[in-house]
Design a protein around this ligand. Sequence first.
Ligand code: DP6
Length: 360
Amino acid sequence: MMKEIFLHSADVQLTKPLATSWLAPSNIAFIKYWGKKEVQLPVNASLSMTLQNALTTTSLQAVPADKRSVSFFFEGSERPDFLSKIETFFQRISNYIPWINNAAFTIKSSNSFPHSAGIASSASAMAALALALADADAQLTGQPLDDTFYRKASFLARLASGSAARSVYGGYAAWGSHAHLSSSSDEYAVAINEAVHPRFKQMHDDILLINKQPKAISSSAGHQLMQQHPFLQGRISQANKNFERLCYAMTQGDLDVFAEIVENEAFTLHALMMSSEKSFSLLHPNTLLAIHEIRAFRKQTGIPLCFTLDAGPNVHLIYPEMYYDKVKPFVTESLTRLCTGETILYDNIGKGPRKIEKEI
Ligand code: DP6
């Protein structure tokens, strides 16, 4: 079992202070992770594109101590309200990195995007923290920052937030075991860039900020509602089919099938919310108006612009970079007016996380 490579001896101890800083991007899922089992294992395989501009930077310092303690600072201010989430994460990983039980941590984090923007931040935040911890561990054990290191970082990130497991890689990543992808695992994400057609190498994700209000229902509550969802089995088989078809479309460079599946997944995510026992919707009227405009534009022009949605009302515009000059005027004329404060965050496929020298 792969899990064994992540376990190491309890003899590894922190004997002197160490520090590291990592920058990790957010990602946008094309096949959605919605519903989990046991400890942070997905009910279906998901697939995402890592972004370039929406980033979290995290500096971690660890000092030897009798027992574990954590201080957390977000954008310069101490934030004890984040500690319970970090503590749950540390408890989950303490079997894999036992020395964290004898360390005093100072963690400082900041985002490249405004925190009120309503774009998901747990993926980038938890990926940056997991990478910093995996790196601190690698410094102690002498492990190089190779593929195994990134797999371990993804495994740790998953235990903080499922979508964070995918942010450990640049380009495209898949998380969750799928018969079609032999390297896939429920325990960690894998990069899936090699077979991707050149048409998918330069993609945009321009985010229409439809509404910045905090979510009425958290993603965690949404995942929980999936456990009793009347459509759970149907969703799992749909996701498995969509995953396989999307992988095939991406190796063939088929933008039409890509658009069909990506939009189907976006609608399914919100349909699952609406049809769960405690029904809810995170959509805004302008979300639907934007979708209507996007589909009409695609029909009229033949330009393969499609949309996806996260767990919120904001609309992500997905299209190849080569169409930017044609998409931009359409966005300005027809979509900007649907955004709060007329805000659009222009983003692209990104190269993934990296270690940085400067502490924040
Ligand atoms: C809708 O990763 O935020 O963004 O594992 O509970 O932290 P936790 O959930 P989270 O769920 C993200 C769900 C999604 C779809 C996706 O990114 O695949």
